[in-house]
Design a protein around this ligand. Structure first.
Ligand code: ATP
Ligand code: MG
Ligand code: MG
Ligand code: MG
Length: 454
């Protein structure tokens, strides 16, 4: 049986015809000889108003008992609506109640619920306007990410989830276990040590050094034992890796990608974006338009430190050259000084991973972070160290067992090339686009310390 999506009906297609829709009741109100039932099928923000005549066969036993959350199948005729604010309505010939929802216990009432409350009912929250809109926007952004890279000839590579390389070296890798006694503690991947990927970058480099421009877009995991509004234990990351590319080229692609995604989402999800603008972050659409329409700002890490030191601000974490920028520093720069995305490059080598390319000054690396208002870091990237001897020395200094990374060094032994890439956190992107204050609202099932609903 085929159903017409409400999204299509509200676009006035096809007027006058008989269609079938299926969805969930939002509200029902009875006046005179009719019931007016708002039905939502998730295809769009808008509800379809269904008009049910009292004379319908199951009116008393079925239709009149419909409450929020019940599922229905409706057959009816699409007609232009005389009411203001809605394009069409459906005059029902038949309403079939598919599933009841007890109004005494159904948690989604007509009032607006707090996001904290909705997290506790992660299995029902996509039925709300805001979370439904997030899901549609998230889906479209994922599609646009693939479109952007595919249009430019990038090859998508599926990098592994189970891996032995802790690429960031930050001790944030979840260890995995077969659940069977094997080689002893910490060696539980059939006698070896392995964990869940924190980034697909190192493996993406393998493919970049064969196929040129590649990207990976998949789930990553970090044992972040912190409760912030921008960290999750499981999140998705977009990681392009480009051969024959330096830091400047890397920056250009990252900026182009972000602008492309903003343009796309503002056009493709206009109605959902309006909702965020009205209820989540006032002025959002205008701000995103302006971000898409102007160049990002760019400063070096050293300039950022000077700017912070001369700000006259006292930060919780004092600023001096050599520290990793904290979220409070990033937010000061983006929210108060630049008020648009800011690319910060050339961080101290000591605070960045071994694979980033050492600059000629010997103490900074060709790294870039992109910071955005309201969030801070959204992209982290770099030009990679392509010189065998330099990389080997860096790895030794970092105390890395070279035997685990022979394959990675081999890429520099055989036909090495300058290459670069970055990681864009997908949830941070959705957060930026939707204006949601907390990252837990933009992933269907958030995983944070001690919390993993469903
Ligand atoms: P942060 O400083 O916020 O902890 P990071 O520097 O550790 O981020 P990177 O290793 O540079 O993160 O990862 C690349 C991108 O992945 C980040 O810019 C961010 O968008 C995203 N990201 C990193 N950690 C998380 C997380 N725990 N939850 C959601 N997104 C994340
Ligand atoms: Mg981190
Ligand atoms: Mg960081
Ligand atoms: Mg980073």
């Amino acid at each position: 049986r085929t159903y017409t999506k409400i999204r299509q009906l509200l676009a006035r297609q096809p007027l006058g015809e008989t269609v079938r829709v299926a969805g969930w009741v939002r509200t029902r109100r009875d006046t005179g000889g009719f019931s007016f039932i708002e039905v939502n099928d998730g295809s769009c923000l808008g509800n379809l108003q269904v008009i049910a005549d009292k004379r319908l066969g199951n009116y008393e036993a079925g239709i009149k008992r419909l409450t929020a959350g019940c599922s229905v199948e409706v057959e009816g005729t699409v007609q232009e609506s005389p009411a203001r604010g809605q394009a069409v309505e459906l005059v029902a010939a038949e309403i079939k109640v598919v599933g009841w929802a007890d109004p005494e216990t159904y948690p989604l009432q007509k009032k607006r619920h707090s996001f904290e409350f909705l997290r506790e009912i992660a299995h029902l929250r996509p039925r709300t306007n805001a979370l439904g809109a997030v899901a549609r926007v998230r889906s479209r952004l994922a599609y646009a990410v693939h479109a952007f890279f595919q249009e430019r000839g990038f090859i998508q590579v599926h990098t592994p989830i189970i891996t032995t390389s802790d690429c960031e070296g930050a001790g944030e890798m979840f260890q995995i276990s077969t659940g069977q006694p094997s080689g002893g503690p910490g060696t539980d991947f059939f006698g070896r040590r392995a964990g869940l990927t924190v980034s697909g970058q190192l493996q993406a480099e393998v493919y970049a050094l064969a196929l040129g421009d590649v990207y990976t877009f998949g789930p990553t995991f970090r044992a972040e034992n912190s409760n912030t509004s921008r960290h999750l234990a499981e999140f998705w990351m977009i990681e392009p890796e480009m051969a024959f590319c330096d830091l400047a080229g890397n920056r250009r692609i990252a900026e182009e990608l972000l602008k492309y995604l903003l343009d796309d989402i503002l056009a493709a999800c206009a109605e959902d974006m309006e909702l965020f603008d009205r209820f989540i972050a006032k002025g959002l659409v205008e701000r995103l338009r302006s971000v898409a329409g102007q160049d990002f700002a760019h400063i070096t890490y050293t300039e950022a430190v000077e700017e912070l030191q001369h700000s006259g601000r006292t930060f919780d974490f004092p600023v001096r050259w050599g520290i990793d920028l904290q979220s409070e520093h990033e937010r000061y720069l983006t929210d108060e000084v630049y008020r648009r995305p800011l690319v910060v490059t050339d961080y101290p080598a000591a605070i960045k991973p071994f694979y980033m390319r050492i600059n000629d000054d010997g103490r900074t690396v060709a790294a870039m972070d992109i910071l955005v208002p309201g969030i801070g870091e959204i992209v982290g990237g770099s030009q990679r160290e392509e010189r065998y001897e330099v990389l080997e020395r860096r790895m030794q200094e970092a105390g890395i067992d070279l035997d685990d990374y022979r394959w990675y060094l081999d890429l520099r032994r055989y036909g090495t090339v300058p290459h670069a890439g970055f990681g864009l956190g997908f949830e941070r992107l959705v957060q930026f686009v939707s204006g949601m204050a907390n990252i837990r609202e933009v992933i269907p099932f958030p995983r944070t310390p001690g919390f993993a609903p469903c």
